[in-house]
Design a protein around this ligand. Structure first.
Ligand code: SF4
Length: 302
């Protein structure tokens, strides 16, 4: 049995050493987009799945030699980590030798339980997910265990976000024809307005999914939704984190303009996303203002 995986480069958190503390696909949900597989053990029962010392010893052995190359240690994996009843004890023990921030990726379905909320407060970073703003879409995209009550779950997430003192990154995974339509986005904004968070990250199905016919959004759709959230006062992750680097030439200008509507872009952002040649051409663009900030050159719309 191996509990540790990686290091893996994570779009969200940097270079991460992963720790899996529940058996494969023990989960409260059976998300149609799951990258692992369909859920065989749909449950909300919290258990002590493993000997804690076995987990800690393996992490110690693998973490220490890798230490200098990491940004974060993450409790995540192939099931829902809050199903491990001793999650708080494991993190307390990890903190005796891990000097990096410890993050939790969770589907947040058990945050209605005050005891779970208390246990996970020990994490430095929490990335809860919220893909649905109503029960119908929740059932469609997340296929929950019958014991999960949607309204109670949302209340738990909102309560937790207001109690938690660490960094909270809310992740929303959007799929074509499932949860990306305007009425649903409006409902998501209403929920997010009640939450305390650091940033919202928009995601889509970038890898093969557990169920068939799951359609990811393209970069432009994600960008449009990010702009919409931004207009509504939601803090959305800088777009470069989900825009691919292989933007087709014919839509570069369109994407560039949409990004500038949201925030100024640095020279580095532009080179990374659009290339050197695109940056050079911008010097002739009279609709842009160029300014310096912290020694970096930025572009914004006049
Ligand atoms: S919550 Fe995570 S592990 Fe569980 S089914 Fe959804 S994506 Fe897969």
């Amino acid at each position: 049995m191996s509990f540790v995986f990686g290091p893996v480069p994570s779009r969200r958190l940097g270079v991460s050493l992963g720790i899996d503390i529940v058996p494969r696909k023990y989960c409260t949900l059976d998300c149609i987009y799951c990258e692992v597989c369909k859920t065989d053990n749909l449950t909300i029962e919290q258990e002590d799945y493993y000997d804690i010392n076995e987990i800690i010893n393996e992490v110690k052995e693998k973490y220490l030699p890798l230490k200098d190359s990491l940004d974060v240690v993450t409790i995540t994996g192939s099931g829902e980590p809050t199903l491990n009843k001793s999650i708080d004890v494991i993190v307390k023990k990890l903190k005796t030798f891990v000097t990096h921030p410890i993050a939790l990726l969770t589907n947040s379905t058990l945050f209605y339980d005050e005891e779970v909320r208390q246990k996970v407060k020990i994490f430095d970073i929490i990335v809860p997910s919220l893909d649905a703003a109503n029960e119908k879409i929740f059932k469609k995209i997340n296929k929950p265990s019958k014991e999960i009550n949607f309204s109670r779950m949302i209340e738990g997430l909102i309560t937790f976000s207001n109690e938690y003192r660490g960094k909270l990154i809310l992740e929303i995974l959007l799929l074509e024809g499932v949860n990306e339509h305007q009425e649903h986005l409006d409902q998501l904004v209403e929920i997010i307005k009640n939450m305390k968070y650091d940033i919202v990250q928009l995601n889509t199905a970038f890898r093969p999914t557990a169920y068939k016919n799951v359609k990811r959004l393209d970069d432009i759709q994600l960008l449009d939704i990010a702009l919409f959230f931004n207009e509504k006062g939601v803090k959305v992750e800088p777009v470069k984190n989900f825009i691919s680097k292989n933007i087709p030439k014919n839509i570069m200008n369109d994407i560039f303009n949409k990004m500038l509507n949201m925030r100024p872009l640095s020279e580095n952002d532009i080179v990374e996303l659009f290339g050197e040649a695109f940056l050079k051409n911008l010097s002739q663009n009279t609709s842009l203002e160029i300014f310096k900030y912290n020694g970096e050159t930025f572009f914004k719309k006049i």
